[in-house]
Design a protein around this ligand. Structure first.
Ligand code: SF4
Ligand code: SF4
Length: 207
């Protein structure tokens, strides 16, 4: 019958409206900003840069490889790579981002930058109260604005952060083992032949 769907919908609305006075589960609005519903763990808005330890400059994981800059569909990431290097989380010298900007007025929260980063250096944030009076500079997030600690990441995305921590710890342990094994492996080879080049073993702990 024509209109049955509308009547059913009205009945659901009426049941929830009246029910919300008696059953808190049916009350789906909160008095924002005083009250806030917890955000789902997979909620995301704009990216941030993760750093380890207490110092954002020393601990930033980003090595300025620029993959995210290339892959970002609306091209809202701008990176300038350093000329010098600093040690990363396993002590390997790496370039770093001298400049790292994200224009969040353009970012569409697609998370592609996160997916393509081989260094677990960029993650999606949950900060949504970012309204500004101006459209341009105020919405351009600089490296200092984007840098947030791994502890912060653990707080906002505990499941993902635990997986990343486990992965990076395993990579660091594998790199340490490889480093420890390298001199032992090199010693017996020396007297037999002179074919070793003396180059340090390539570190595969980058992802
Ligand atoms: S892909 Fe990751 S490491 Fe490379 S520039 Fe982007 S954030 Fe930095
Ligand atoms: S979330 Fe998407 S649009 Fe935003 S910076 Fe990352 S890749 Fe670009």
């Amino acid at each position: 019958m024509i209109g049955t769907g509308i009547l059913k919908g009205m009945a659901v609305t009426a049941r929830n409206f009246v029910g919300s006075y008696f059953d808190k589960e049916r009350l789906i609005t909160v008095q924002y900003p005083e009250e806030r519903d917890p955000l789902p763990e997979n909620y995301r808005n704009f990216p941030f840069l993760v750093y380890d330890g207490d110092d954002p400059n020393a601990g930033l994981r980003c090595v300025a490889c620029k993959i995210c800059e290339k892959e970002c569909p609306p091209q809202c990431i701008y990176i300038v790579k350093s000329e010098d290097k600093k040690p990363d989380y396993i002590g390997k010298p790496q370039f770093y981002a001298k400049v790292f900007d994200i224009d969040i007025s353009v970012c569409m929260s697609c998370q592609i930058c996160v997916e393509v980063c081989p260094f677990e250096a960029i993650k999606m944030d949950k900060e949504f109260e970012l309204s500004r009076r101006e459209r341009f500079d105020a919405l351009l997030m600089r490296k200092d604005d984007l840098a947030k600690s791994n502890d912060y990441y653990r707080r906002i995305s505990p499941t993902d952060a635990a997986e990343v921590d486990a992965k990076l710890t395993a990579a660091a342990e594998a790199a340490a083992k490889k480093k420890a094994a390298a001199p032992a492996a090199a010693k017996p080879a020396t007297p037999a032949t002179s074919s070793t080049s003396g180059r340090p073993a390539p570190s595969g702990a980058s992802s």
